[in-house]
Write a protein that binds this ligand. Structure first.
Ligand SMILES: *Cc1c(COP(=O)(O)O)cnc(C)c1O
Length: 350
């Protein structure tokens, strides 16, 4: 049985959170002398002399309406990276608790775990880049707190089978985090709609990819209000700055434009995949549900350096588990991809 109270670190459960001036009074008074802000204004025209809403309600309500989830079931982070860190700090006791990750996958789960001195158990994906369910079951101990699943997965690009994720959700009493950074490009449905069925499910999304706002640093944790309440207790009070909140609100008015970019990206992804499969030396173009493609190519590191010297930067993943001789290539504009493919065709393999 899932019991959130047993999952929370005792010091976090007993913590009395910092109460900011802006959360102690949030009504509509006209004279605010409670937060030691600059009462004389700001060098910028906006009301940037005031602290922002610590819980970002305007922004959350707008996201909630689009995503069809309750605003109380969301925590916004300074990038999903902050969301990852908060989850580890809330639920994993340093030097005691453990997490499971399934490499090759996003590097930050492990980095933040190690920063927090949380033990990491690796259960590699199978050669088809799907979950090794038996391996995960064998890896679980009473100290396992979180299983991290990235779908579509970075750097492999594929979506993880839905039934496999559901099997874990049904059989694991810790948290199952599904990182959906690339969900907008995927043929698979988001797990957001399963949140009401699984108290142990946490879904991560971000404004950094399909929304085209990596510079704003805005990530979203979706989970039960009980889980979100715990995370709210430990987040820095003003973790999302006012400029980011305003700009993200504006972007949310441009959903049509974003959807158009997603469609263009997915179309161009097909062009890139087809182009890559015709490049001499390419041994495998892996199926992708993301805005990048993993390619196995002869002499990957030499190809990487050759492209770099021509001013084209891709990600060399050839030293990553299961990714020997692989490059990860982001879908570019048609022009950028044509440039890449031309360069690749001019490379002389030994
Ligand atoms: C890019 C990416 C993110 C986004 O991180 P932000 O901190 O929100 O920019 C999260 N997860 C995965 C798997 C990614 O590839």
């Amino acid at each position: 049985m899932f019991d959130l109270n047993k999952l929370i670190r005792p010091n976090i459960r007993d913590l009395k959170p910092y109460s900011s001036a802006r959360s102690e009074y949030s009504g509509s008074a006209s004279v605010f002398l409670d937060a030691n802000e600059n009462s004389f204004g700001s060098p910028l025209t906006k009301w940037y002399n005031r602290y922002p809403d610590p819980l970002q309600w305007d922004l959350k309500k707008k996201i909630a309406a689009i995503k069809n989830v309750p605003a109380e079931g969301m925590l916004l982070g300074n990038g999903s990276d902050e969301c990852i860190d908060l989850l580890l700090r809330a639920f994993c006791e340093p030097a005691v608790d453990e997490i499971v990750i399934c490499p090759p996958t996003y590097g930050m789960y492990e980095v933040y775990a190690r920063i927090n001195n949380v033990r990491v158990t690796e259960v590699p994906l199978l050669p088809d880049f799907q979950l090794n369910l038996e391996g995960i079951e064998d890896a679980l101990t009473p100290a396992t707190r979180i299983i991290w699943i990235c779908s579509p997965n970075n750097p492999t690009g594929n979506s993880i089978d839905r039934e496999a994720i559901e099997a874990i959700l049904n059989n694991f009493d810790g948290l199952v985090v599904v990182d959906e950074a690339y969900i907008n490009y995927s043929r698979q449905r988001s797990f957001l709609s399963e949140l009401k069925d699984y108290p142990n499910l946490v879904v991560l999304q971000t404004f950094s990819k399909a929304w085209g706002l990596a510079a704003l640093r805005l990530g979203i944790t979706y989970a039960s209000t009980d889980i979100i309440d715990v995370l709210n207790k430990i987040k820095p009070p003003y973790n999302i700055n006012e400029a980011t909140q305003e700009l993200a609100l504006k972007a949310l008015d441009k959903l049509d434009e974003v959807n158009l970019m997603i469609r263009e990206t997915v179309q161009e992804r097909d062009v890139l995949v087809r182009g890559l499969s015709e490049v001499p030396g390419v041994e495998r173009v892996f199926p992708t549900d993301a805005n990048f493609v993993l390619v196995r190519i002869r002499e990957a590191t030499r190809v990487y350096e050759y492209l770099r010297d021509r001013g084209i930067i891709v990600r060399n993943r050839s030293n990553v588990l299961l990714c020997d001789d692989c490059l990860r290539i982001t879908v570019g504009t048609p022009q950028q991809d044509a440039q890449l493919l031309t360069a690749l065709k001019e490379f002389n393999h030994v």
